[in-house]
Design a protein around this ligand. Structure first.
Ligand code: NDP
Length: 790
């Protein structure tokens, strides 16, 4: 070999990173690790498991398997430490987080090597991406701790947080979870993944040196059963989970009705869309980062290439050529592109999915490159010609496997990109900024990258739509997921609605007045043709309303879905319609007040105050419609990230029994302002304010389908709405039994559920009755990364 040879082939040798320090650390723990509880390690348990080095299959360490007692002890320590930790001035917590960032920085090399050994990923990635990003999370959130009292003055920490993380980014995901939780005054019990627990335990050892008080961070190791114990623990106030959609759904169901806050960051099948005006070489390099970074074991991996027909052949040939130069090798070799999958079971899962795709007719390309022996190394893989509805096109592989298909038109690209149950991320490649931003707006994803991919930052929120989960991690919006609003928490807990009054008298004039349902902009008879009496608290019949059923809900959801272009009307127009509703309601103030008085038994003065507050509330959201805006982040790239609040789509609203007009308007108006379409189930006991409101809707230019109203049994209608997979979110304010039901039912498409913390609030009080809390809940933030320059 001579210089000319190397110049021609561009081949280069290996450059192994030393593992001696990491091996020494492991040797010091050869008797096994205990759990980290209350600032110290417990003795290693007799019930243990091992973690293996994926690249060799060798045993690295023995860990303790957490049982109920261990989880109890960890949660107890976190509970005991929480009040004092929360009571510290923000500056004191900021200093601790700052110290944690510094201590990681000082041990960065050791952590990077331990991480590469335990997970099989290239040390180049742990060294240059995972650990620096983890450090950035601690610095960034030290900042939020410092600013907490000025930036979140009306919020308090949630309490004890159970955090469950996967094996693909063990250290980064840990930092990502614990930095915001701790910064804002929560304490944590964390369960790392069974395959990759070591870097979390190394971190635990380091925390004592950084002055983290005992009990603030606790780590229990174990398998999914340990995670389940933590998720359902009654002393855990919030669960933050990252992992598979299947387990995320299980946690949603298992915690239903418990009052726990929940954030889920789940899987994806993210589109990587290449338009014919893209810089093709850059896009090919983008694919390398999208799907071969971390061997494709990345929730936001660009695993579906959609390439415009005219350039498809050229693009694929460049891609195949690039694949033939990828290097798969030992994780500690600094000159490799890909290391080992995390475990043989993951290898088997990936291999089975590829074999199944090929058997179903997909074309396979795997370059003829040198593959290491042993371990769980899987080659970079490109599949094409797959059936659009086949498993390989729809399901997450979580391996170095990308599937590619072509599209013709812009509209087709969007349709195919959104044809998935997931909605985590999307990567768009085009030299036209107009086209890119239009796709960014249309694609259903929480994170969008334009001409880049897989970039992340602590200051930019991360999280998905649809079955990719809910909640955001990072940035200001991520902070809200670790806080609760003080004013709400002062309100008493809501109780389930009392039994409806029994009809004792009926006046002749109400006999023929059965209010219909309001669906698709029209008053329609209920499908079952049944009605129910509306009775005053003293037993006097006030009229009848339609008894909505499953079919009525289906029609209402269909009408709402057809109207979702409402999200694209200008915010100015939405504001105008809210003001128009207010004006028309105000004109009929006396009539609405009288109705409220009849239904609820309040005085005329109180009823008038409710109508006036409803008019004011419509004004509030008319005001907000063009002012609830996003942010422009400046992450450490040459470019920016646009944080845009987006409508969620179709939202079900289960109204409480009390304040029948005002509560309904308080739930509806933020949806109108945000661009959502609603299916309302009005107060079960006092639905006539809602049915009277039909005429206000009809005279205020509200487009058909944007608001739909189905009267009837609240529990039955909530049950149906929560099981409907075309409803994106559900606000259930009608008591804990309904909250439990809808949370449990919501897993089909992982609806966002909000129950107003199950508090009995005073709707007349604007501090809890209106404002940002509602708008935050009515929208999802989409973060669009826009790099600039060459
Ligand atoms: P899981 O979702 O099972 O694991 C994620 C974490 O949850 C781990 O700590 C796991 O523990 C824990 N866990 C498992 N079951 C429960 C439970 N019932 N209650 C609470 N916690 C639980 O992912 P897998 O490791 O099994 O990977 C399977 C597939 O999931 C992958 O092939 C990939 O498709 C997807 N995945 C997606 C990730 C993402 O970021 N979106 C991350 C990881 C996987 P333990 O590891 O000990 O079993």
């Amino acid at each position: 070999m001579n210089v000319a040879h190397y110049f021609d082939t561009m081949s280069y040798g290996s450059a192994p990173e030393s593992d001696s320090e990491a091996r020494q650390w492991l040797a010091a723990h050869q008797d096994g690790f205990g759990h980290f509880i209350n600032g110290r390690f417990t003795a290693p348990s007799e019930v243990s498991f091992t973690t293996l080095e994926p690249a060799t299959g060798e045993v690295l360490a023995t860990l303790s398997e957490a049982r109920q007692d261990d989880v109890d002890a960890a949660v107890k320590a976190a509970r005991a430490a929480q009040p004092a930790w929360a009571a510290l001035p923000g500056h004191s917590r900021a200093k601790v987080l700052y110290a944690l960032a510094r201590i990681i920085q000082r041990h960065a090399r050791l952590i990077a090597v331990v991480e590469a050994l335990d997970s099989g990923k290239p040390v180049r990635e742990t060294r240059d991406i995972d650990i620096p990003l983890a450090i950035r999370h601690f610095y960034h959130h030290a900042g939020w701790a410092q600013l907490q009292s000025s930036e979140f003055p009306d919020h308090s920490p949630i309490g004890v947080v159970g955090q469950i993380i996967p094996w693909n980014f063990p250290f980064l995901m840990m930092a990502w979870k614990i930095a915001p939780a701790l910064a804002l005054g929560n304490t944590v019990v964390l369960k790392p993944a069974e395959y990759t627990p070591l870097s979390a335990l190394l971190f635990a050892e380091l925390t004592a040196k950084a002055g983290l008080p005992e009990g603030v961070l606790n780590i229990v190791t174990g398998n999914g059963a340990a995670g389940a114990l933590l998720a359902v623990h009654e002393q855990v106030d919030k669960v933050a989970f990252t992992g598979s959609t299947a387990v995320g759904k299980w946690i949603r169901q298992a915690t239903a009705g418990s009052g726990k806050s929940l954030t889920l960051e789940l899987g994806g099948k993210s589109p990587f869309i290449v338009f014919e005006d893209a810089d093709l070489d850059a896009a090919v390099e983008g694919v390398v980062d999208a799907i071969w970074f971390n061997q494709g074991q990345v929730c936001c991996a660009g695993s579906r290439i959609l390439v415009q027909e005219g350039i498809a052949e050229d693009f694929h040939s460049r891609l195949r050529e690039r694949m033939s130069r990828l290097r798969v090798g030992q994780p500690l070799d600094k000159c490799i592109d890909m290391g080992s999958l995390v475990a043989p079971v993951q290898f088997d899962r990936v291999q089975a999915m590829v074999q199944q795709a090929v058997a179903a007719g997909a074309s396979l390309y795997q370059p003829e490159i040198e593959m290491p022996s042993g371990g769980s190394f899987y080659p970079p893989t490109l599949l094409s010609d797959a059936d659009p509805s086949s498993a390989i096109m729809c399901e997450e592989v979580f391996g170095p496997v990308v599937v590619s298909m072509s599209f013709r038109t812009f509209d087709e690209a969007i349709a195919v990109a959104n044809h998935t149950r997931y909605g985590l991320s999307a990567s768009i490649w085009s030299e036209s900024i107009n086209q890119s931003l239009e796709v960014a707006a249309a694609v259903q994803a929480g994170i969008v990258w334009i001409n880049t991919t897989n970039v992340m930052d602590a200051g930019v929120g991360f999280g998905g739509k649809k079955e990719s989960g809910f909640g955001r991690e990072g940035g200001r919006e991520g902070c809200f997921d670790y806080l609760k609003p003080d004013a709400w928490m002062k309100a008493p807990m809501r109780k389930d609605a009392e039994a409806l009054p029994i009809e004792t008298s009926r006046t002749a004039e109400v006999l023929d007045r059965t209010a219909k349902l309001y669906i698709g902009g029209r008053q329609v008879r209920p499908d079952g043709n049944y009605s129910r009496a509306v009775v005053s608290p003293r037993g006097v019949s006030l009229g009848d309303v339609g008894e909505g059923n499953r079919k009525d809900i289906r029609n209402a959801v269909e009408a709402a879905r057809k109207a979702t272009s409402w999200a694209r009307t200008t915010t100015h127009n939405r504001a105008q319609i809210l003001y128009f509703l207010a004006e028309n309601l105000s004109i009929r103030e006396a009539e609405f007040a009288s109705r409220i008085r009849q239904m609820t038994g309040v005085t005329m003065k109180q009823a008038t105050a409710e109508v006036e507050a409803s008019v004011s509330r419509l004004f509030t959201y008319g005001a907000w419609a063009d002012k609830y805006e996003g942010a422009v982040h400046q992450p450490p790239i040459k470019g920016m990230a646009l944080a845009v609040p987006e409508a969620q789509g179709v939202v079900g609203l289960i109204c409480p029994p009390e304040s029948p007009l005002l509560a309904m308007i308080s739930l509806l108006a933020p949806q109108l302002a945000s661009g959502n379409c609603s299916v309302i189930v009005p107060s079960e006991s006092s639905p006539l304010s809602a049915t009277d409101f039909y005429q206000i809707l009809e005279t205020s230019d509200v487009p058909a389908g944007v608001v739909n109203i189905v009267t009837g049994n609240a529990m039955e209608l909530a049950d149906t709405l929560s099981k409907h997979n075309d409803v994106d979110a559900l606000w259930a304010f009608a008591g804990p039994a309904i909250t439990h039901c809808v949370e449990e039912n919501s897993t089909g498409n992982l609806k966002r559920i909000w129950s107003g913390f199950d508090r009995q609030i005073d709707w007349l009080d604007p501090i809890v009755g209106e404002g940002r809390e509602y708008l935050n809940r009515a929208t999802d933030i989409k973060n669009i990364w826009v790099p600039y320059g060459e």
